[in-house]
Design a binder for this molecule. Structure first.
Ligand SMILES: [Zn+2]
Length: 320
């Protein structure tokens, strides 16, 4: 870690490891930000610390904790916040089980059905979906995970004090998942956004509604922050929030137009031209985003299960 603090977000290089942001805030960045390569955050107070998320498997989380050993030796970990229930943000919890583990109530509930067995089920599939799942998840170790759940839940917002540093946790979901939380350090203008922000990659609306994710973007834009750590990708600013908001508005309009024409979600995803979003990683996530818009327009529509969603994503990514 370099000495001296970054003046602006783009001063922080997108390289693996610990990056100090402000006096009390740091990020553990994990390029390249695609499936499973997620970021975490560290807030250090006087004599204690708060970790925002663990990583996708035990070895990666152990490597991170080793990398944070310096600040954690002075300010031991007292609190972990899991921003949401996707495994790349909590499968390493067993290594921090001595801390209080906080999640929003919907996230704590969703973790119960988002354990490693879900991933193992995807890996074991036949055909293109299985090949695609093995392609993206092969680097990770799902064999040594003991699901370790939240020990404290909240609804709405939670105010904490971490060794004299004020921390706010706000649940802005459902959006990406059932209960997406962000962690704000108001005195230092730092926001940890979890997967409400994918920078350089395509957002994926597992839970929706998309309209609430757009509202979550507006809530983040209203915060007084200079540095925003996304769940995936480099440290960003409100420009990054505006980019994600733009994608969500675009996909909502494109899918809604095809819903009006009576197209099926599969036909709609094949019909949409990505245009300026073709350069984002994981373009196949369009499959799930179209479904989320259809569910919002037609709440009675039967939900497509995750395995079939992966088949559609694989199709859009050219895994046939
Ligand atoms: Zn993630």
């Amino acid at each position: 870690m370099k000495t001296g603090l970054p003046r602006v977000a783009r001063d922080i290089p997108y390289t693996k490891g610990l990056h100090r942001i402000t006096r009390h805030c740091a990020a553990w960045l994990v390029p390249d930000g695609t499936w499973g390569w997620s970021n975490a955050g560290l807030i250090t107070g006087e004599g204690e610390s708060l970790l925002v998320d663990t990583l996708f498997d035990v070895p990666m989380t152990r490597e991170m904790l080793d990398g944070l050993a310096g600040p954690l030796a002075r300010n031991p970990l007292s609190t972990v916040v899991n921003t949401h229930a996707n495994g790349d943000h909590w499968f390493g919890n067993q290594l921090v089980a001595e801390a209080e583990i906080i999640a929003s109530a919907p996230t704590a509930e969703e973790m119960r059905t988002n354990g490693p067995e879900l991933i193992r089920g995807l890996l074991g599939q036949e055909g293109a979906a299985g090949r695609f799942a093995r392609h993206i998840f092969e680097p990770f170790d799902f064999g040594s995970i003991t699901p370790t759940f939240a020990t404290r839940t909240f609804t709405g917002s939670l105010r904490l004090e971490v060794g004299g540093t004020a921390v706010e946790v706000h649940c802005l979901g459902p959006a990406h998942t059932a209960g997406d939380s962000v962690v704000l350090v108001p005195d230092e203008g730092v926001l940890y956004a979890g997967d409400l922000l994918f920078i350089g990659g395509t957002p994926i609306t597992w839970a929706g509604p998309v309209s609430n994710w757009i509202a979550a973007c507006d809530a983040m834009l209203a915060m007084d922050v200079e540095f925003i750590v996304p769940g995936h990708g480099p440290v960003t600013t409100k420009d990054g929030v505006r980019q994600v908001r733009g994608y969500l508005e675009w996909v909502r309009d494109e899918a809604a137009e095809r819903h009006r024409k009576g197209m099926t979600p599969e036909d709609a995803m094949r019909d949409i031209t990505l245009g300026r979003y073709a350069a984002l990683d994981e373009r196949g996530r369009l499959a799930q985003n179209v479904l989320a818009v259809y569910y919002e327009l037609d709440p009675a529509m039967e939900r497509v299960d995750t395995r079939e969603v992966f088949r559609r994503i694989a199709e859009l990514e050219g895994f046939s």
